[in-house]
Ligand binder design. Structure first.
Ligand code: GAL
Length: 693
């Protein structure tokens, strides 16, 4: 490995600070040991520092109970400095050195940052942006994810890594690439997209009919005429493009995944770091080939919103319907928000336990140490550019000690929920392309159901609309605007088998081609409901434009959106009605429900405030027999149940400024302090980890 100027500087600095730097011990086979049930980690970039510094870093990590580092995901130019000239010795050493400090390694394939020689020699691998401009070297993610040559090169480096480290006992897993995000729009991709359309629609007649291309003379007589449209275009085409993008990310990933799987021990997991609510591709499509879902959880500006962030955790847990990892999170602050505020003292710890509570088994801080140069110099870290800990280090050390202590109790446990919220990328895209009211944000809509339901049930799963639903007492679909035939079948079967399905505003307006259903919403579910949406209205946010709504959930107003419902069966009950407003809605049903055998289906057409939604959540959970996972807690205290292996664990976090006392439903064992208690008092950001006896 060549030594760069920053490395020389670092080494000089380390010397100035008189940090004891032991000379490298000869490489030794790492000793396998028990894997911790909860992993604390850091993103470490040894390629930026001289090897003589590594031991000091790893010592500081070990002292903070850091049990894994993610390494390598941007290090292509260090692994392969020139074409075909590989250098993995530094990585061998980094993995061995980490092992000596009882630190495992997750290896990132470096394909999100192709080296300069590659982009220079193979300019065809560079992506073409939305404006037709070819990307260049100097940042990252400049590659074209559909380019065969890029895939060949990416596969080669991934395969070399897998052959070298696939059976290294200190390597516990693989991260493919980093945060898939940027597509390419050149003629080669256009051709692949047209081919995708041909495969999916078989004939142009079929495509033309399903996209209603007679509209605006869009009819196609040749596959090559189909353009790429991203934001404004034929809804069928827009949705097909997104599905193509998702399939292409899946095959981009599979290209590397296959060679890793062929060469790695099955105990090494394969993941990629996703991005919570990011909707650039369908995460269900892409995650189905992975062993583990993981995501990068950043607050950015301000403070943690336990509901919106908690829902993103539950969303990620739903990709593979099992525990997941937080592959990156902010050590205090980021460098990319409009104001890069720091999380308060204690908030990073509260957030770490909030992560674990939602089913994370690992929390990794990005990044370990400030880079001496590079685009992210000012980002939060645990160690400064000078190589000594920043103030947050001691809080992270406490988290590490607590993870080590609580690990055995949490081993084999995960969240289990009686309530599922359905989530679907097609629907989010469809709503965003035609919001109808600019304030109709699909994520806000999901959270408007998630928050009150979580307050009542204390644990929620978020799953795809085609996921198995039979274990749930209540299934809520807030904005399932696109209802595919497969999802419709799943939902009908769920209700017929005794489940309670609640549909929110805009449900099932559209079919799997993003076209309107030929019957009124909720389309194929309307006859089960014994009712339908007669008309939808966008509600302006001008004073006086909100629509009053009254009924079993109290009196409130409908904002953003209001659907005029009607009933068609005598046993369909009206739960809420609109008051006087635009004339059309006056006195009309706003929420209706119908019992179907042992099951039930409910439709909510109004966008109500938090108080009414809480009443709605209480009503729907009660009528469905949902019981709270823990019991009453003061507002602002979050409770996270995890169970398994015959254990029931409850994590409590107080997000209120004032201390809160929580009476426990039964005496419990305090996992962190070893005391058996029947009540706990939590300071601001205070945490308790309790095991039910
Ligand atoms: C993530 C990315 C990291 C780092 C981080 C900074 O999106 O994966 O490499 O850039 O953001 O917040």
């Amino acid at each position: 490995m060549t030594v760069s100027l920053p490395q020389l500087l670092a080494s000089a600095l380390a010397g100035m600070l008189a940090i004891a730097i032991p000379s490298r011990a000869p490489a030794q086979q790492p000793q396998p040991e028990a894997h911790p049930p909860l992993y604390l980690g850091a993103a470490w970039y040894p390629e930026q520092w001289p090897e003589s510094r590594w031991d000091a870093d790893l010592t500081l990590m070990e002292q903070a109970h850091i049990r894994f580092v993610r390494v390598g995901e941007f290090a292509w130019s260090t692994m392969e400095p020139t074409e075909g000239n590989y250098d993995f010795t530094w990585l061998d050493h980094a993995i061995d050195d980490a092992a000596r400090h009882h630190i495992y390694v997750v290896l990132g394939t470096p394909t999100a940052a192709p080296p300069a020689w590659l982009t220079e020699k193979y300019p065809g691998t560079l992506r073409i942006d939305e404006n037709g401009r070819r990307d260049g070297h100097g940042n990252r993610q400049q590659f074209n994810w559909a380019n065969p040559k890029y895939r060949e090169l990416a596969r080669d480096i991934a395969e070399r890594m897998a052959k070298r480290y696939g059976h290294n006992p200190n390597v516990i897993g693989w991260q493919i690439d980093n945060e898939y995000a940027r597509e390419s729009y050149g003629p080669d991709v256009q051709k692949q997209f047209d081919e995708w359309c041909r495969e999916h629609y078989k004939t142009l007649d079929n495509l033309n009919t399903r996209w209603t291309t007679a509209y605006w003379s869009e009819s196609y007589t040749d596959w090559s005429q189909i353009p790429i449209q991203e934001k404004y275009g034929n809804p069928g085409l827009l949705l097909s493009w997104k599905r193509f993008v998702s399939d292409t990310w899946r095959s981009y990933q599979k290209n590397q995944l296959d060679v890793i799987r062929a060469n790695a021990d099955p105990s090494q997991f394969i993941t990629t770091n996703m991005m919570g609510w990011f909707d650039g591709y369908d995460h269900y499509t892409v995650s189905q080939d992975l062993d583990l879902a993981s995501w990068d959880d950043y607050v950015g500006r301000g403070h943690l919103d336990p509901y919106r962030n908690g829902a993103a955790h539950d969303l990620t847990r739903g990709f593979l319907r099992k525990n997941f990892w937080v592959m990156e999170t902010q050590p205090g602050f980021v460098n990319w928000a409009p104001v890069n505020t720091a999380l308060d003292k204690g908030e990073v710890r509260a957030m770490a336990w909030h992560d674990i509570g939602h089913g994370a088994d690992a929390v990794e801080y990005w990044q370990w140490r400030s880079d001496l140069n590079g685009q992210e110099e000012l980002h939060g870290t645990l160690v400064g550019a000078d190589g000594t800990p920043v103030p947050l280090y001691s809080e992270v050390k406490q988290i590490g000690a607590e993870f080590a202590k609580a690990g055995p109790a949490l081993a084999g446990t995960s969240p289990h929920s009686q309530v599922a919220i359905l989530h679907d990328y097609d629907s989010r895209w469809a709503i965003n392309w035609q919001r109808h009211n600019q304030n109709f944000d699909p994520i806000t809509q999901i959270v408007s159901y998630y928050k009150p339901l979580r307050e009542v049930a204390q644990s929620i799963d978020i799953v795809q609309d085609t996921a198995p639903l039979d274990g749930y007492k209540l299934v809520v679909a807030p904005g399932l605007e696109v209802l595919t035939d497969a999802a419709a079948k799943n939902l009908i079967a769920y209700v017929e088998q005794g489940g309670h399905l609640v549909l929110g505003q805009r449900s099932a307006m559209k079919n799997g081609d993003n076209g309107l259903q030929p019957e009124r919403a909720p389309g194929p579910l309307a006859s089960l409901l014994g009712g339908r949406v007669d008309q939808f209205y966008a509600i302006d946010d001008k004073p006086g434009d909100t629509v009053p709504v009254t009924g079993v959930w109290g009196s409130t107003t409908s904002q953003i959106w209001a659907e005029q419902l009607s009933t068609s069966k005598p046993d369909t009950e009206v739960l809420m009605r609109y008051g006087k407003s635009n004339g059309w809605l006056d006195g009309q049903p706003a929420a209706i429900t119908r019992k179907v055998g042992k099951g039930r289906i409910t439709y909510i057409g109004a966008w109500m405030d938090d108080a009414a939604m809480l009443n709605a959540a209480k009503w729907m959970t009660k009528i469905s027999g949902v019981t709270p996972a823990f019991g009453p807690v003061p507002a602002g205290v979050d409770v996270y149940p995890r169970e398994g292996n015959g254990k029931k664990i409850f994590i409590l976090v107080n997000f209120n400024k004032a201390p809160e006392t929580v009476a426990l439903p039964s005496p419990m064992h305090g996992v962190l302090d070893g005391k058996t208690v029947s009540a706990v008092t939590l300071a601001h950001y205070g945490v308790a980890v309790l095991e039910a006896k």
